[in-house]
Design a protein around this ligand. Sequence first.
Ligand code: SF4
Length: 313
Amino acid sequence: MTALLEAIDVSVHFATRAGKVRAVEGVSLAVAAGEVLALVGESGSGKSTLGFTLAGLQSPTSGAVAYAGRGLDRAGWRSVRRDIQIVFQDPFGALDPRMLVGDIIGEPLRVQQIGTAAERRARVMQLLDQVGLPAESAQRFAHEFSGGQRQRIAIARALAPRPKLIVADEPLSALDVSVQSQILNLLADIRAAEGLALLFISHDLAVVHHLADRVAVLYLGHLVELASRDELFERTAHPYTASLLAAVPRLGRKRTRGGLSGEMPSPLAPPSGCVFHPRCPKAQDLCAESAPLLREVTSGHAVSCHFPLGGQG
Ligand code: SF4
């Protein structure tokens, strides 16, 4: 696998009045060219913070982000800005309601001085068609559109500079259920047509099952499992992943015991040892004392657990 975008031992901490919030702790993972890597976990797992760090919107406290094998400093980020775009969760907040849709979609091209004015206008028309909006949308304001249509506009804007990778932060969760599958299918079509890589941040495992090639599971800022989609869903090794899956009857699994209980602990005071141990149905004494390391249990399937499920270990 040739890595396009990499997190290398990335930690992100925030200083607050209450203390240090450890949002992401020592995560290493890579997105390959053309693949869909899903980042999953509950609210507070650190998935959006890690996604924003990989999109260059947040600086890591320690560790590094690399693109095409090159570590990115400030100048490095400027040089790859065009290649990495982002689609935000909230299509209402992400688009300036006072701008014409054509200007919104063309903005990245204008800012990065890509093409002539005529070429930019032509590209906007092509993008509107690609995301399923009529050409006259260019002359209307974003506030005139529904949530699903606004997310199509946001996707068109992200596609405008022909990026190599899009970071999509929960792009469906603010939309009506009836529209979610349309946007999901649009993302799948675009990915297939453009050969784009997608870092897809989601708490919805049914959606992830539909779209992802590989899945990274985060818990309290830690990467706890990383595998191909089929491997992760069929040979789940981490008890936290198993608990998440047990809560999704849509995936055709029976509800099993061992679903998630209790609240996620505060990232201000993470538990000792394995951070999942207060909620883990498989926890043993060792788990509170010693933090497990992420290790491969089979080729391409890594898990951070002293006692992985299915005898994988
Ligand atoms: Fe559960 Fe222990 Fe594995 Fe952590 S290390 S997930 S507490 S069994």
